[in-house]
Design a protein around this ligand. Sequence first.
Ligand SMILES: C[S@@+](CC[C@H](N)C(=O)[O-])C[C@H]1O[C@@H](n2cnc3c(N)ncnc32)[C@H](O)[C@@H]1O
Length: 232
Amino acid sequence: MVEIEIEPHEEFEGVYWAIFEDGRKKPATENLVPGHQVYGERLVEYDGKEYRVWEPRRSKLAAMIMNGMEYFPLEEGSKVLYLGAAAGTTPSHVSDIIKESGVEYCVEFASRMMQELIPVCEKRPNMIPILGDATKPHGYAPLVEQVDVIYQDIAQPKQAEVVADNAEAFLRPGGYVIVAIKARSIDVTKEPEEVFEDEERKLEERGFEVLEVIDLEPYERDHVGLVAEYHG
Ligand SMILES: C[S@@+](CC[C@H](N)C(=O)[O-])C[C@H]1O[C@@H](n2cnc3c(N)ncnc32)[C@H](O)[C@@H]1O
């Protein structure tokens, strides 16, 4: 059996480091639903608690943490709007971090993904599945309250516009967005750097202050994670 130790992350509440025997480390979260895996991730018992190893090749938020993310607006009790929830891989780690007192509205428009997401939400009372299109926030407005954080990972064009429209509808002033931006989904003809700068500028024009932009290599090519504060 490989021994894995768990240490709290230096700064981020609810995030841990799983430290392997050879010294490598990966992020981890304390399992809100002990005994249950979501995507085949490793479960680790440590000091009477169960943790889930958070795979940076499966989750862009874990890749951001691996690559030295500095601003982490999620904490116990946060209200989160998650756009592009897919089968619930990253949303389940967000659910671990915000715990029972938090709530995560998980928007996904592909019904096949929804079929995988629903059983995850059934086990986790803080996750609410919403079959909806992130480009049309009025469609799910009756189901979502004001939130502290919007996380967006939709791999589509117009990512800045979509997150800004959702912020106008749901984000509290002083709230934060975390956006995974895939250059090739936005414009295949432009250099990724140019695409990222365009998205950053569009967010600034819509009332955001960009706090950091994190390259996701080697976990994802031509992707960044962006964290911004909303001034409205
Ligand atoms: C890269 S995957 C998300 C992975 C997920 N964030 C995770 O880390 O576990 C992108 C997801 O966004 C969904 N998506 C794309 N455009 C969308 C839209 N306009 N509204 C809602 N979901 C959308 C896709 O169906 C897909 O499941």
